[in-house]
Design a protein around this ligand. Structure first.
Ligand SMILES: [Zn+2]
Length: 62
């Protein structure tokens, strides 16, 4: 399964239907999240991590 597919599952499991993908970036409520593989090894880890897009956050702060 691709990271993108995992991210979609994660979001849908959280009950969020208002999201979209911009290439490999997840956009939720106007916030962009970079999809990254997670290797924390926790038992309940789904192997995917969503990181707030740093560049976008920087723009908001300016
Ligand atoms: Zn993890």
């Amino acid at each position: 399964m691709t990271l993108k597919a995992r991210a979609r599952e994660k979001v849908e499991r959280a009950g969020i239907s208002n999201y979209s993908f911009d290439h490999d970036v997840l956009v939720m409520c106007g916030v962009r999240y970079t999809i990254a593989a997670c290797d924390c090894g926790e038992a309940d880890c789904d192997g995917v991590r969503l990181e707030k897009d740093a560049a976008a956050a920087g723009r908001i702060l300016q």
